[in-house]
Design a protein around this ligand. Structure first.
Ligand code: ZN
Length: 420
């Protein structure tokens, strides 16, 4: 019997090839509530998702995204980060009366695209409400950035922060983090708030670091330190810090990141699109630093999805051998916060993506280093997050895909017309 209900308490994913640490194994997965209750034979279970001819992998994590940016895709030309941010700020001001719709439609479209690529966890600023409605797991950032659009989060910190934490507290699938945009868009006041939140609330901190060479030169000129050193001297690099981009980090920055046990998130195709350097992934990996991957905003990336981001790195760093590329979007994100996602084992979260295979030839021989390349050619059939099926046999259960796509297309057109 095919599973129908979104909130089935107990069901099995049967007949699939389940990804383990050593490769694919033919097995069923038993899901109870929001957890994996067992892996093996689930013949007696009534509700089933048929995964015959499918690869069953852990739900993927996108460690860095901007939900509100997708709406800008293809609307204006930009040649670097500064120009992109300036133009989005201008657009947001011009469309002030539509800001709620802009954010909601952009977020919904982004979630659909993420789910369609097998993502079950996303890290992004202010994404908790949209992700909760869609049933996707999220880490939602309180934004600290010197920007017209986000000024209230600094000026009216106490009230806004209380509202933010209350809203997240009422969700089932969202956790908070502090999203300090970057040193370029930080004031003394913003750094002060960040230090206080980290110390008192123990929130994970995410920050764009050393993304552009211009930013890095400016900070060194002003302070005599690299961005990483400056953050470290302010106590902002800890085991719960997530440093995004790191395109222009030095060897001693890498030493600091390792020493503090921080996590690095790479978004390589965004770096290429914005004409920034490719981060020294090989050096960071060699040092034993926990590395993850994100798409960044979908308006600045050139890849189709998170898998392509990993394949880009694989192609760029050909000297890296025998590396399990799936760890970048499964176990490493889980390691960053010691959470039980990213692994298909009893006792782990039931976050599972099922990819449809056309042929079953040689599945047992697929090596873990090749899994990513194979997944990139397959279609997502089912997505389960926290035990809830969000895509079943290719159909979304929580979102009206056609409606979102049409609303997205018309709003995207309005923005495009603003820039003609
Ligand atoms: Zn970003």
């Amino acid at each position: 019997m095919v599973l129908k209900s979104r909130n089935a308490q107990r069901f099995a994913i049967v007949g699939g090839h389940v990804l383990t640490k050593t490769g694919f194994t033919r097995a069923d997965i038993l899901v109870e509530k929001d957890m994996i209750a067992g892996i093996g034979n689930c013949k007696g279970v009534k509700d089933k998702i048929n995964a015959a001819s499918c690869l069953v992998v852990p739900g993927l994590t996108n460690m860095h995204a901007h939900m509100g940016e997708t709406i800008f895709r293809g609307t204006f030309e930009f040649s670097n980060l500064q120009e992109y941010i300036d133009k989005t700020e201008k657009t947001n001001l011009k469309m002030h009366d539509k800001s709620k719709a802009l954010r909601e439609i952009s977020s919904s479209e982004t979630i659909i695209e993420f789910l369609r690529s097998g993502i079950t966890t996303v890290w992004a600023g202010r994404c908790d409400q949209a992700c909760e409605v869609a049933g996707i797991r999220s880490f939602s950032g309180y934004m600290l950035m010197q920007s017209e659009k986000l000024q209230k989060y600094v000026n009216n910190f106490e009230v806004e922060f209380r509202e933010f934490t209350t809203k997240i507290g009422a969700t089932v699938l969202s956790n908070p983090f502090l999203f300090l945009h970057s040193l370029t868009y930080a004031t003394k006041e913003i750094i002060g708030i960040a230090k206080m939140v980290i110390k008192e609330k123990h929130f994970p901190l995410m920050i764009h670091v050393a993304e552009t060479i211009e930013e890095e030169k400016m900070i060194r000129k002003k302070t005599g330190r690299t961005s990483v050193r400056l953050l470290d001297e302010n106590g902002l690099i800890t085991g719960s810090t997530i440093l995004v981009h790191c395109c222009n980090v030095t060897d001693s920055d890498i030493d600091i990141i390792k020493k503090r046990n921080a996590t690095v998130v790479l978004c390589p195709t965004s770096n290429i699109r914005l004409k920034n350097n490719i981060p020294p992934f090989d050096k960071i990996l060699k040092k034993g630093i926990n590395v993850c991957v994100g798409t960044d905003g979908l308006a600045t990336t050139t890849s189709k999805n998170i898998i392509d981001e990993c394949l880009f790195l694989k192609d760029e760093f050909k000297t890296i051998k025998n590396f399990d590329w799936m760890t970048l979007i499964t176990t490493n994100p889980a390691k960053a916060l010691k959470i039980n996602t990213g692994t298909l084992c009893k006792g782990y979260a039931a976050d599972i993506s099922v990819f449809e295979m056309k042929s079953q030839n040689n599945i047992q021989k697929i090596k873990n280093i090749d899994v990513m390349s194979i997944l990139s050619m397959l279609k997502v059939k089912d997505v389960i997050c926290a035990g809830n099926p969000l895509i079943l046999d290719g159909k979304m259960t929580t979102m009206d895909e056609k409606k979102v796509e049409s609303e997205f297309a018309s709003l995207n057109r309005v923005i495009k017309d603003l820039w003609i």
